[in-house]
Write a protein that binds this ligand. Structure first.
Ligand code: MN
Length: 750
């Protein structure tokens, strides 16, 4: 718990932005730059940013953040053209994945696309040293830019931030090509910066186009079957030779990569491989750049058939690169291996888009739709099939080292049986040697991948006590078994404190872009104002959000798929204007009342000021059978509150106007409802002492109770010793109807 002042690289970035409003990653997760090591290679991104003035932003990975330059005219391929590049504030590393419309009134408001992505090598020494001397020589290997570039600081610049960016002469330089005009689109979504703001409408138009082409409407049942990997298979081909006129066929080279079924539904993306036995395995955790690209597409639901391919520096597909990368990723080396060996999903067939099932359509129609939906360049690509006589195609593929060509009849539907699809596998005569297997063994790899590196462990979050961010993360790991049952399937409201309890804080309404592919999400609300929150159902995701600086975790009293139901309600005894002993008296009376009417109550400290009693309502979570509406649970809470005030008018009030409450305990029943949240059992509070909202037994509800004794230091030990006093709370099945009538009688008696 020692204090360690750390050079904060993102201070200016954060100062310019309101983290509660912007959708940009807020950083705070600077990877712990290995002290003393300097940067020789890294990742880069070029954004096209349509802000007040349209410009490109070149961002190079240096020391765990992105050194950024605003380049009004963008990169050029002509060594004679030197463009102004204004050095701006460092950006967080997560910005590599950023593409979105920055909201109005925010710094940099306007659409921003990822125009290029790739890896950078610093040619004349570590980037840190080069930047200090005002000369930066780099080699880029990107989806669009290639070869050597130089950035030279102007000695007589007005602000000291003026640099010049220019191409160095090499085989990639050109005097004639204008690359920014030639290739204007995003390498994620395939959209232009103008189109990004209309993405939703563009997506809808694509689906409409599929229907116009004669697609079948995908009903709920068919959609469920299609989007459940286990019930799927991919089209297969048989060995054969093409007969009949050439115009009846199209051809695809087989890159001998990894053939996958790619599925996207909102933010849920799966890449599925099928074993020879037909068993399905999800491998998307190995391909974050492909997941990012699929998530960016303007169509929010699609299914496609494709091949994951890694290309060597000469542009030839090489399955050995895929195999090596999978091995490194399985060991947890995700960022570096995805940077040095990018993978592309070559999309070859479209199965469904939106609610349009295109499988019954002729192959040529599906391909036309596929090329409309999937970009031609980027991490996800659709390229037109080869047409014409088979012989020249076979020999041209052989020249490029391709061992197999798949011939497909133009008019065939998408069918998993070769007999119906009519696909033929034709050998080109090139021997690729023995087939290399890419190992995606899930058990080990996925565990390794789902590793959260806690960043800024030593950053002080509670200055008075000296508790650090690492202490917060350790607490949530230690208490995971106790808290998770209260978080699973429940919308959470997260408040982030990236600088601890005394710093700025903000609500994290939506899952930020650039999160790891394994993080699950939960969508709440209608289409137009849907929020995509974290679905915290395991210890790793809990640690992930703790690492974002989330201190308190607030939960709703409802769970998916039935957010219209409450599964418990909360009686909150707020003692801001009173004393704990009165809250204890009221809680004890509440316990008597609950016993009388046949309901159970589970007390906890609020961690802030007072006591909560959670009253479970039972019912079946999945079917919703026996569940109560929010109105019923609110009515129950209000009736109980009224009785408590009747019995203890001297110490209790339900008065909503604070000034009229007087020195009484406020019995707050307003925390039940579709949008009402309470702090979760075992949640830490962002208050002095790092106090925890701790479940206690009814026996402990007496005058010895000391809520301040429950802290991130004491609660894990207590849990290890006595278990969870709230255990089983959510499995309690009371007879609510009976309780309501018993309660009405009590109220009538007065
Ligand atoms: Mn910019």
């Amino acid at each position: 718990m020692k204090r360690e002042p750390k050079r904060e690289k993102l201070v200016e970035y954060r100062r310019k932005r309101d983290a509660g409003i912007t959708n940009e990653p807020f950083g705070g997760e600077v990877p712990p730059a290995d002290e003393g090591t300097k940067t020789l290679t890294g990742a880069y991104v070029v954004h096209l940013h349509d802000a007040t003035r349209r410009h490109y932003d070149l961002r190079l990975e240096v020391g765990g953040v992105l050194t950024s330059f605003a380049v009004p005219h963008g990169p050029s391929l002509d060594p004679a053209t030197k463009h102004l590049a204004m050095k701006t504030e460092d950006h967080p590393i997560e910005y590599l994945d950023f593409e979105d419309v920055i909201p109005e009134k925010q710094y940099g408001a306007g659409p921003m696309i990822a125009w290029d992505r790739g890896s950078v090598e610093y040619l004349e020494g570590p980037a840190e040293d080069e930047i200090a001397t005002g000369k930066l020589h780099v080699a880029l290997r990107g989806l669009k830019l290639h070869g050597r570039y130089a950035l030279i600081k102007l000695a007589k610049g007005e602000t000291g931030n003026e640099w010049l960016l220019f191409k160095k002469a090499d085989e990639h330089s050109s005097k004639d090509r204008n690359i920014v005009e030639e290739l204007p689109r995003s390498v994620f979504s395939g959209l232009t910066v103008e189109e990004l703001e209309r993405a939703e409408a563009i997506g809808k138009a694509m689906v409409a186009r599929a229907h116009a082409a004669g697609a079948k409407k995908l009903d709920a049942k068919a959609a469920r079957a299609l989007f459940t990997p286990q019930s799927q298979a991919l089209a297969s081909a048989t060995v054969g030779s093409v007969t009949g006129p050439a115009k009846g066929w199209v051809h695809d080279p087989d890159f001998e990569g990894v053939r996958v079924l790619a599925l996207r539904e909102d933010d849920d993306v799966s890449l599925v491989v099928f074993e020879a036995t037909g068993a399905a395995q999800r491998i998307e955790a190995f391909y974050p750049e492909v997941v990012r690209a699929l998530r960016s597409l303007p169509v929010t639901r699609l299914a496609l058939d494709g091949e994951l391919v890694a290309f060597d520096p000469t542009g030839r597909p090489d399955v050995r690169l895929l195999a090596q990368r999978a091995q490194r990723i399985a060991k947890g080396d995700v960022h570096k291996s995805t940077t040095s060996t990018p993978v592309v999903l070559m999309a070859k067939d479209l199965l469904a888009v939106g609610d349009a099932d295109v499988r019954p359509l002729a192959l040529e129609k599906r391909r036309t739709l596929l090329e409309a939906v999937v970009p031609a360049l980027g991490f996800l690509r659709a390229t037109p099939p080869l047409e014409g006589a088979i012989e020249p195609i076979v020999s041209s593929c052989a020249e490029h080292g391709i061992g197999t060509v798949i011939a497909k009849p133009r008019s065939s539907p998408y069918a998993t049986e070769a007999r119906t699809s009519g696909w033929l596998s034709i050998a080109t005569g090139v021997s690729r040697g023995s087939r290399v297997a890419v190992d995606h063994r899930a058990a080990e790899a996925q565990t390794a991948l789902r590793k959260v590196n806690v960043t800024n462990r030593t950053k002080i979050f509670w200055p008075e006590e000296g508790y650090s961010k690492g202490d917060l993360c350790d607490y949530y790991v230690a208490i995971a078994d106790a808290i998770l049952p209260f978080l699973v399937d429940r919308p959470l409201i997260l408040v982030r404190y990236p600088d601890g309890i005394e710093g700025k804080n903000f609500y994290q309404w939506n899952v930020p872009p650039g999160m790891p592919a394994w993080v699950r999400t939960l969508t709440v609300g209608d289409r137009d104002e849907a929020r995509r929150g974290f679905l915290v159902d395991d210890a790793t995701t809990l640690l992930y959000i703790a690492n974002l600086g989330c201190i308190p975790l607030h939960i709703l009293a409802s769970r998916v798929p039935h957010l219209e139901h409450s599964d418990f309600f909360t009686m909150d005894f707020d003692i801001k204007q009173s004393e704990l002993r009165h809250a204890i008296t009221l809680a004890k009376t509440l316990k008597e009342l609950l016993d009388e009417i046949g309901l159970a109550g589970f007390p906890k400290t609020s961690g802030q000021s007072g006591l909560h009693v959670l009253v479970p309502l039972g019912g079946d979570r999945l079917t919703g059978k026996g569940r109560q509406t929010h109105e019923t649970s609110r009515a129950l809470a209000d009736l109980l509150g009224t009785l408590l005030v009747q019995r203890h008018p001297d110490i209790a009030t339900m008065e909503r106007v604070v000034a009229k409450r007087g020195p009484k305990v406020y019995v707050d029943t307003g925390q039940t409802g579709a949008t009402r949240a309470i702090v979760a059992p075992y949640s830490v509070r962002a208050v002095k002492g790092a106090k925890v909202s701790a479940p206690v037994t009814w026996k402990e509800i007496d005058d010895d109770l000391d809520p301040a004794a429950f802290t991130i230091q004491t609660v894990p030990k207590r849990f290890a010793k006595i278990g969870d006093p709230m255990k089983g709370m959510l499995d309690t099945q009371p007879d609510v109807a009976k309780a309501v009538s018993a309660l009405s009688k009590l109220v009538a008696k007065g």
